[in-house]
Design a binder for this molecule. Structure first.
Ligand SMILES: *[C@@H]1O[C@H](CO)[C@@H](O)[C@H](O)[C@H]1NC(C)=O
Ligand SMILES: *[C@@H]1O[C@H](CO)[C@@H](O)[C@H](O)[C@H]1NC(C)=O
Ligand SMILES: *[C@@H]1O[C@H](CO)[C@@H](O)[C@H](O)[C@H]1NC(C)=O
Ligand SMILES: *[C@@H]1O[C@H](CO)[C@@H](O)[C@H](O)[C@H]1NC(C)=O
Ligand SMILES: *[C@@H]1O[C@H](CO)[C@@H](O)[C@H](O)[C@H]1NC(C)=O
Length: 526
């Protein structure tokens, strides 16, 4: 949020708001009593001045957020909203003093259960009347789904949609002028929730920013489950240490980095990269720390292959090459992936003792058949959303270690085919930007600073910020041609080493052949 603080220095804001501050604070203090929404119970409404280090005493410890620094003056409202007779969501609304007339809903992550306070703060800091819900349960575990179909239904689609319906009512009650446009911002599970809204509630939003979507959801969790049987536990002959994954990554770069014309450590188009790591096979019996046994070569090739069902259909695409270093500790660490384990235990089989180490593709088929509340989020006819005038901007890091960016490409092509459109026609309402050098939702080796959250913000200019790019698209009719990413020296807020413009799919970035790789104009979309 560094840039916002520069835009509105604390001192100026302090003077300007002194006179109105009472008004806003009084409005906030009296608001709780005014709220009369069916099934909703207000927990509190309280004024939080910008600069507060807010203690989140009620937040589940597993959410890992005991504090949130609040960057701008807000009225914070918390409610419980019943979604059935045996389920409820906790909803927070962060209504900024410096309001721009825009409503926004945030999303969630993983299997949680956690209001994303950092996203509430990020969007409220840009003047959005922002809401975020807990997805129907608290904490990161899948246990609350166990024999609780209503809680599962909240997770599949109902929490976000209920939060939007109630959030819009609250916004109209709180601000005399109501709201003009409505937006969504989310990544990962939040990306799936964004696409669920696009598919099922096409009138909820004017603009949806949905990153690294966890759609094709049942198959995604099966794909995350299938790494353990490939790698085996640490010490088994199929297993690679993180050091060996570093070696594999270097070899993949050696084979693929130059395909975009520049050897800069960043693979611009993973579609062109089909590495063969048999080149790393140890020459002698003794396995070294810089070569692979044939069992380990098979492991790498298994991981870089799609997940197929027993009849040979593709359930989920391959892991995209280039993410090895990030994925090694998350997915190839010789332990079953926790979210997958929980999904099978508490949703697919209703068996808390189910053993994730025994997973086979038969389990994947059972999970797909079940598809509760159509959580797959894989419907490809977006005609109602298009007719409603909605816009969706989606992005996916090409170093994503948790959700393969190949899956976002698969969905893009499904939509093209289902709606019988050309990419240029799809561009009217659905634009997809693969982001080279970006890991899962943020981080990565390259220019991942695209403003999809505070952790990746490098300014409010629509060229540099996907949320502001969406606002400009919706409100001025100017769609994003490229998404400009910042390569930070050491995370958001640190000096920017260079910028790179990420191309709109299916175009890809090529180095022009002259100029410094760090010069954004030395690249072109082809
Ligand atoms: C907020 O307070 C906690 C507890 O004192 C501290 O650990 C944390 O660093 C603070 N955060 C900020 C942004 O100041
Ligand atoms: C979740 O936590 C909130 C407190 O933040 C609490 O009010 C609510 O009842 C909890 N929800 C569930 C489903 O346990
Ligand atoms: C609870 O059940 C009653 C009776 O079936 C129904 O009228 C009511 O709408 C339900 N409440 C919620 C929140 O769904
Ligand atoms: C192949 O398996 C998939 C996944 O189980 C299933 O959806 C599909 O219908 C099957 N196809 C055929 C031709 O049997
Ligand atoms: C390219 O630019 C970077 C700064 O962005 C600089 O450190 C580097 O020396 C330049 N390389 C060449 C070959 O000019």
């Amino acid at each position: 949020m560094a840039s916002l603080r520069l835009l509105f220095p604390a001192v100026t804001l302090g003077f300007a708001s002194l006179a109105q501050s009472d008004q806003f604070q009084i409005r906030c203090a009296s608001f709780a009593d005014e709220i009369d929404i069916p099934h909703a119970t207000v927990n509190f409404a309280s004024y939080i001045p910008g600069g507060t280090n807010l203690s989140l005493v009620d937040n589940d410890p597993s959410c890992g957020a005991a504090y949130q620094s609040v960057s701008s003056d807000i009225c914070r409202i918390a409610l419980a909203v019943a979604t059935s007779n045996s389920s409820q969501i906790t909803l927070e609304a962060w209504f900024p003093r410096d309001y721009t007339g825009r409503f926004l809903s945030t999303g969630n992550g993983g299997l949680s259960g956690c209001i994303q306070y950092y996203d509430l703060d990020y969007a409220a800091g840009f003047g959005f009347a922002t809401v975020g819900a807990n997805n129907g349960h608290n904490g990161t575990s899948g246990l609350p789904f166990y024999k609780q179909p209503e809680v599962l239904e909240d997770f599949a689609y109902r929490s976000v949609h209920t939060g939007v319906v109630v959030g819009k009512q609250l916004t109209k009650m709180f601000y005399e002028e109501g709201f003009d446009k409505s937006y969504y911002l989310g990544c990962s599970t939040g990306g799936r929730q964004g696409f669920k809204e696009v598919q099922q509630f096409p009138h909820d939003f004017d603009g949806v920013v949905a990153g690294a979507p966890a759609f094709n959801f049942a198959n995604l969790l099966s794909w995350s489950a299938h790494f353990y049987p490939i790698t085996g536990p640490p010490g088994s002959e199929t297993y690679l240490s993180t050091e060996l994954w570093d070696v594999v990554h270097k070899e993949i770069l050696r084979q693929c980095d130059g395909l975009d014309g520049a050897e800069d450590g960043i693979i611009e188009d993973t579609d062109q990269c089909h590495p063969d790591v048999a080149t790393l096979l140890c020459q002698s019996e003794a396995s070294g720390d810089s070569c692979l046994t044939s069992a380990q070569v098979d492991t790498v090739h298994g991981i870089l292959s799609p997940l197929l069902s027993t009849n040979g259909t593709r359930l989920y695409p391959r892991m995209q090459p280039g993410s090895e270093v990030y994925a090694a500790s998350a997915m190839y660490n010789g332990v079953p992936f926790a979210y997958s384990r929980d999904w099978y235990r508490y949703v697919v089989y209703n068996d808390p003792t189910w053993d994730a180490t025994k997973w086979t593709v038969k389990d994947a088929e059972a999970a797909l058949r079940q598809n509760p509340y159509n959580i797959q989020t894989w419907d490809a006819d977006l005609t109602p959303f298009r007719r409603a005038g909605g816009k969706v901007l989606t992005y996916h890091g090409l170093q994503d270690q948790l959700i393969s960016s190949d899956n976002s490409k698969l969905y893009y092509h499904r939509v093209l085919e289902t709606m019988d459109l050309q990419p240029s026609e799809l561009d009217d309402f659905y634009r997809f930007f693969p982001i080279s050098g970006m890991a899962h939702c943020s981080g990565g080796d390259g220019a991942y600073g695209i403003g999809n959250g505070a952790e990746s913000e490098s300014g409010a200019d629509p060229e540099d910020n996907v949320l502001m790019a969406m606002v400009r698209w919706v409100e001025e009719g100017i769609p994003p041609e490229t998404v400009r990413g910042a390569k930070f020296a050491d995370g958001a807020g640190s000096p920017v080493e260079y910028y790179r413009k990420h191309c709109r799919y299916p175009r890809r970035n090529m180095y022009k052949g002259t100029g410094n790789y760090t010069d954004e104009n030395a690249w072109e979309c082809v």
